[in-house]
Design a protein around this ligand. Structure first.
Ligand code: EPZ
Length: 429
């Protein structure tokens, strides 16, 4: 099992190339099911979750070809072609779906194109029970018949296909918005999705669907209007830069001090987090080919945060921000409103000497002058990188185990940090 070893104390200086966004690449790959023509995606990140989804899509009969890493530099993404000429199997089995929850989203395109789908319920994960009731209610509104049998969702569209309708989500859901949007593009008539998520990844997928011939309006708002079409064509499309990766590295620089250009990063895609970091005393400037982060690595101001759907402070940056605030000059209140169990990094951060008290959905972080290196364990994707951020400044050696969590969502993290001066390496034991 690989581990990451860090000796704290080095500043970060130079440039980090931000990879394509995991949370856009996954639904974009799933969109390939909607057409029998070739969909070519550029800037696809080389991640464990992407590889896992490729297995699911190949199981449905999608031909996938990863062209040589055509890159503008050695950190460029992959160009990957997907062709679902025919869909040989409309079942997504438990052993594949349970390994990567977003695989459940294939139910939308399968229903839209094939009129049927048998998809394993994704099950919960470390951060929460992760129900799918909004997905199923949305698909039922489009005319689908839904049965649950032996842990599988068995969905069937009417004989003449799904029908457009009004879908109102009781609370904002990224996955349910992607899934109903991808089911609606081939439905008959108009679908209006109210209380839709409007994360930049949703806009990226909607723009790809439009490039494929879909008719969607209301992009980047909480109301999407989709006019169903007969058929979608292939397209060439680029995955947008990963705002969560960019925000993570911004917090690493804020913690360690230094001056780093987040190449390809778009500060406006994570404006709420950028605003908080600036209030805390970090300098952030958008430049032509990315945004620059400058910090002196000491005495950050404690700024309270509450996670919220976009454009609010992203839940996927909550753990990283908590690590940063362990050394702030004061007390910070961090409230997690999206997931019910997303504080597992608290116990691990405490091993560095951090002073954090959890009270329900809030964590109260009292800044300490110094952290000490420790042996810690990653528990979920974003929590794992919060431990790396703490290790960058902790006195002495930090060893992070179970870093397979990290590899799900961060491409070559230790290499990107080492290039900026961090004393960090991957060790295989
Ligand atoms: C997406 O998950 C992201 N994953 C998550 O990123 C991210 O944290 C989350 O959106 C919120 O931004 C991908 O894009 C692959 P939700 P998703 O549906 O779609 C509840 C990461 O680290 N809910 O927006 O699963 C749900 O339990 C991951 O990259 C229902 O109750 O999240 C949660 O409390 C972690 N019923 C809230 O809504 C439903 O049918 C928001 O979840 C669906 C969701």
């Amino acid at each position: 099992m690989d581990k990451i070893r860090i000796i704290g104390g080095n500043q970060l200086n130079g440039e980090i190339t931000i990879s394509g966004a995991k949370n856009a690449a996954l639904p974009l790959m799933i969109a390939s099911l909607l057409t029998d023509e070739e969909l070519v995606l550029d800037n696809v990140p080389n991640l464990a979750d992407v590889k896992q989804l490729q297995k699911i899509l190949e199981n449905h009969g999608v031909e996938i070809n990863i062209s040589d890493h055509i890159k503008t530099d050695d950190m460029g993404g992959q160009k990957v072609s997907f062709k679902a000429k025919t869909i040989s199997d409309t079942c997504a089995p438990y052993e594949l779906v349970s390994a990567m929850r977003a695989s459940f989203w294939v139910i939308g395109p399968l229903l839209g194109r094939m009129g049927e789908a048998k998809v394993s319920l994704p099950g919960g994960c470390a951060i929460g029970t992760r129900p799918v009731d909004f997905f199923l209610d949305g698909l039922k509104a489009l005319g689908a018949q839904i049965e649950i049998e032996d842990g599988y969702v068995i969905a069937k569209a009417p004989e003449d296909g799904l029908r457009g309708n009004r879908v109102h989500f009781p609370r904002i859901s990224v996955g349910a918005t992607h899934t109903v949007m991808m089911a609606a593009v081939l439905a008959k008539g108009i679908t209006i999705i109210e209380n839709a998520a409007c994360e930049p990844e949703i806009g990226n997928v909607a723009r790809c669907l439009i490039a494929m011939g879909a008719k969607i309006s209301g992009l980047d708002t909480h109301t999407l209007t989709i006019e169903g079409v007969e058929k979608l064509n292939g397209a060439n499309f680029e995955v947008l830069p990963d705002r969560i990766e960019a925000g993570t590295f911004a917090m690493a620089v804020a913690m360690s001090g230094g001056d780093v250009l987040m190449r390809k990063g778009r500060a406006s895609d994570l404006q709420a987090a950028v605003d908080v970091l600036i209030k805390a005393g970090v300098e952030i400037e958008q430049e032509e080919n990315g945004f620059r982060v400058k910090a002196n690595g000491a005495g950050l101001r404690p700024i309270d945060v509450e996670t919220d759907p976009f454009p609010g402070f992203p839940t996927d940056l909550q753990a990283q921000y908590m690590a940063l605030m362990t050394r702030a000059a004061g007390v910070t209140n961090i409230k997690e409103t999206i997931f019910e169990n997303r504080f597992m990094h608290v116990a691990e951060l405490a091993r560095f000497g951090a002073d954090i008290k959890v009270d329900g959905q809030s964590a109260i972080v009292s800044g300490v002058p110094q952290l000490s290196g420790a042996q810690v364990m990653a528990t979920d994707l974003r929590a794992s990188v919060s431990l790396v951020i703490a290790g960058l400044v902790a006195n002495g050696e930090t060893i992070v185990s179970r870093i397979y969590h990290l590899d799900r969502g961060f491409e070559r993290l230790e290499e990107k940090l080492r290039r900026c001066g961090a004393d960090i390496e991957r060790i295989s034991e």
